[in-house]
Design a protein around this ligand. Structure first.
Ligand SMILES: [Zn+2]
Length: 198
């Protein structure tokens, strides 16, 4: 294997170049034209992948944000703009778009932004979008160092849980179940009354 490497023949590799230190504070740039962010775990994967190779969720129902130019620019701003106020505004606007394509970048911001107000905004927007993929990341944000973010994560979880509960109740026709319960209670009462009589 090792003898196949052509290290010496490649003139573009400068052996004396100093590598940047990994602890450099500059944030990793994500090119949304070629990458997408998994809305469940917040890691970046290739744009054409329909499954997250890290957490295994199925992303086929969610379009990557990079397909639309305006959303892509906004997502880039939300991640790399040096001003936290600008990042927060970008996160707010992405949330207003209201579709699933923004979930990934909001998840990334919630897990990675150095500013608590920006992370809080991301948690807020994820709660409003109430996608079940966000439950895990919001649960993770409960351990955020900022109380502001932790509080918003609780709110977000509440919003998503409430929404999924409403949906389930609707599907299970709560009216009929409620009636069944009433009926069985009445029957119970009836039996008791009857036993008193006989
Ligand atoms: Zn994932």
């Amino acid at each position: 294997m090792a003898k196949d490497r052509k290290i010496r023949s490649d003139p573009s590799i400068n052996p004396y170049r100093v590598k940047p230190t990994p602890s450099s504070p500059q944030k990793a740039f994500i090119d949304f034209r070629t990458r997408r962010i998994c809305p469940a775990c917040g890691r970046d994967i290739k744009i054409d992948h329909n499954f997250c190779k890290y957490c295994g969720v199925d992303l086929s129902g969610i379009d990557p944000i990079g397909k639309d130019e305006i959303s892509r620019e906004l997502a880039t701003t939300a991640v790399i703009d040096p001003d936290p106020e600008v990042r927060k505004e970008a996160v707010d606007t992405l949330g207003d778009f209201g579709d699933n394509t923004v979930l990934g970048v909001l998840t990334y911001v919630l897990l990675n932004d150095p500013d608590e107000n920006v992370r809080k905004e991301a948690a807020d927007e994820l709660g409003d979008l109430h996608h079940p993929f966000s439950l895990e990341v919001l649960a993770k944000a409960l351990k955020d160092e900022s109380a502001l973010v932790r509080k918003e994560a609780i709110e977000g979880l509440k919003k998503i849980k409430k929404k999924t509960k409403e949906k389930k109740l609707h599907e299970g026709k709560p009216e009929s179940r409620e009636n069944d319960k009433d009926k069985s209670e009445k029957e119970e009462n009836l039996k008791e009354n009857n036993s008193d009589i006989f």
